[in-house]
Design a protein around this ligand. Sequence first.
Ligand code: NDP
Length: 292
Amino acid sequence: MPKCVIVGAGPAGMNAALYLKRAGIDVSIIEKNIPGGEMLKTNKIENYLGFSEIDGGDLALKMSAQIKKIGVPIIKDEVLNITKKKKFEIVTKKGTIQADYVIVATGRTPRKLGVLGEDDMLNRGISYCAVCDGAFYRGLDVAVVGGGDSALTEALYLADLCNKVYVLVRKDVRANEILQNRVKAKKNIVLLKNVQVSALNYSDKLSQVILSDGNKLDISGMFIAIGGIPKLDFLANLDLNLKNGYIKTNDNMESSVKGLYAAGDVRDKDFYQIITAASDGAIAALSIKEDV
Ligand code: NDP
């Protein structure tokens, strides 16, 4: 029985495991997919210290290799429910594990736009990941919805594959200056501010998007990058303090449930970066070490 179970093998979970293991605390990670989390969907990372430029998948591989090398098991399983008696009981698809501490590092899933046809057109024109699906739209016209770092990163990636990329921003752009300047420099990116997606035209595939200003754009693909929703359904039976659906923690990353910590994008905070997720993980691990 591990002392601590970490749910999620993104940068937060893996860095927590690194610090716990090095502190002599027995730890296992449970991850339902392959390790890496959102990093796996990012083609180019230029703001993770130590790597001036690295592919997200490569960084994920380096992290998981380091974790496996020091002997932390990354168990492929899905956590369905967590309850607390004396210890935490972590119910997974494959069984039940007990632990004294839990670190929730499950990240978040892409937020849906809520426009009619969005679900029907998934993989037939609608996508939430340019790195995963961009190649299907090579040479075609596409749109990206959103004005944050993710949307502009997606647009830049698609600009190298597609004929034209519209970026649809509902108010103003909030992405960082570097990304904004790169977008401005791309001749095939058209950035439209103060527009919302009103409707989609499609039959078997997406063919057109109708905007709130009445304009219609003929596109083959629409990539939605409007932020995310924290993944914490499996915590419904714990009395967790949440803010806007995110787990509220103290400075030690501990939630309102004693012994349950949160790290990374699942936590209520100001900055959602790989490096801040990793930092959360380290803080959670060191706080557990102090508490043991
Ligand atoms: P953000 O929350 O930063 O941005 C979401 C964007 O989507 C905003 O422009 C927002 O508009 C817009 N939006 C939200 N809901 C809707 C809607 N219903 N219709 C239309 N537009 C909508 O999310 P991101 O995923 O971009 O970024 C999340 C975090 O990850 C950020 O902290 C970001 O800095 C970080 N990140 C960093 C990267 C990097 O540094 N390389 C790459 C990607 C992400 P509005 O402003 O009007 O609310």
